[in-house]
Design a protein around this ligand. Sequence first.
Ligand code: ADP
Ligand code: MG
Length: 495
Amino acid sequence: MQERIGIIYGDTTSTSFNFASNRQVNRLDYVYVIHEGRKVLAQVREVRRISKLSFEKVFVEDTREEEEKISAAADVIGYNGRNGLCVPRTPFKQGDDVYKADEEIVRDVLGLGKKGAYIGLLKDMNIKVYLDINTLLQKHVSVLAKSGSGKSYAMGVIVEELIDHGVPVVVIDPHGEYSSMIHPNLDEKEIEMMKRFDVKPKGYGSNIVQYSPGNDANRESIPLRLDEINLELGDLMDVMSSKVTGVQKGILYQAIKEVRERKRIYLLEDIIDELKRAKSSAKWNLIPQLEELNDMGLFSADPTPIDELVCRGKCSIINFRGIPPHIQDVVVSHLLTKLFEERKKNSIPPFMVVIEESHRYCPERGQGGAISSEIIRTVASEGRKFGMGLAIVSQRPARVEKNVVSQCNTQIILKTTNPNDVKAIVASVEGLTAGAADEIQRLPIGMAIVSGLPINAPLFVEIRVRKSSHGGKAAKVVDEEKRAERRFPFRFGRQ
Ligand SMILES: Nc1ncnc2c1ncn2[C@@H]1O[C@H](COP(=O)(O)OP(=O)(O)O)[C@@H](O)[C@H]1O
Ligand SMILES: [Mg+2]
């Protein structure tokens, strides 16, 4: 049934028109017009109530308005043509009827499929929005918004869907907030919302395994070990102090060279032994640092097997809670490099790597370097060829390397207020209109603007409630820092 809600009036173009209505019309409502034989979808940008009541009349007349007189401005989205979304090339006709859009035409024109990762409902409409799983893996995703606006919550929704579809996931989790996904969501308020979103509580305990670097990793985690065999000078410099002097670097280089001549396979311990034999007294500052590194257990001759981290039905969480930033940086760099190599060899299945707080691991140039930047850039630009998907999450979009953000074809944007960040988002998202900057600043918690393939136009989506428990509430920064000091008392970081 076509439901007529208004009539086009005034000047029009091929991309926008105004219509008059005596019914309730809301901003962001979807409507359509039959133009040149095609159903053309449009979205209400602005609604005005028209009145003859002037300022002067208020003092002399009865001020009650008799009837609703609404003027609405609509932006044209288009129609589903042979090659996807098309926009008419002729202006709309005055006097034509405007209809309320139903599910069928909205799905058809916006290119909303009926399978894939179910992320939420189209605003004000009971239409489920799905993201195509292959597109996610091949074309990457970004979740950008200010802190507390629901980024990790939304990313958790995507992780749930990937697990449900059997796609392996590796999560770089600086706050240790994803491990709560082993538990079903039993939050009372959220359980009430589940019916509307058509989901049920579910814990992912049989899929999720936590890893953490260091010897005294938290009890629920398996120690994550990087390959210790045949470390090079560069590997050691990455984890050591920037205060290493030129002389110290020289004797370390010499020690590694000599060990390598004697042994085909050498460990960190062998380097330390060799260093002890060095004549230079500069070694006395270097040896304790290397011993500390050895005791920490970050490197091992028995490293965590990559095909254990990435396998069907599994989500590996790399829990960095309490790990100093420079160690996190090294681990991300080594780990992603290995994962990428193995994926290229096809020795692990296609998978998704989620990087929370990605401004830390791939900062925009001039925002302090990170060792992990290089491999993240490589995955962003080449991962698609090999089925290694990247999902980046950040509260400082302007501080994440632009080359990485621009490779993410699906964007989920939540409330953002910092002007630089809003600018960075508007610049990187295709199809955002001029008014989008305002919209982004006004989004309520849980509401996202989603853009990207195969969806044709940016959509307002109410992110669905989580099946599993969300751990984002728990992370306490002060506690984390104290733990870090206990576990890694020796400060040999690049600061
Ligand atoms: N889609 C949503 N539905 C319901 N509650 C949400 C939703 N998104 C966020 N929240 C609430 O907002 C809080 C902050 O979200 P979170 O994802 O941790 O923010 P951040 O952007 O800092 O990662 C959550 O603890 C949750 O209570
Ligand atoms: Mg978060």
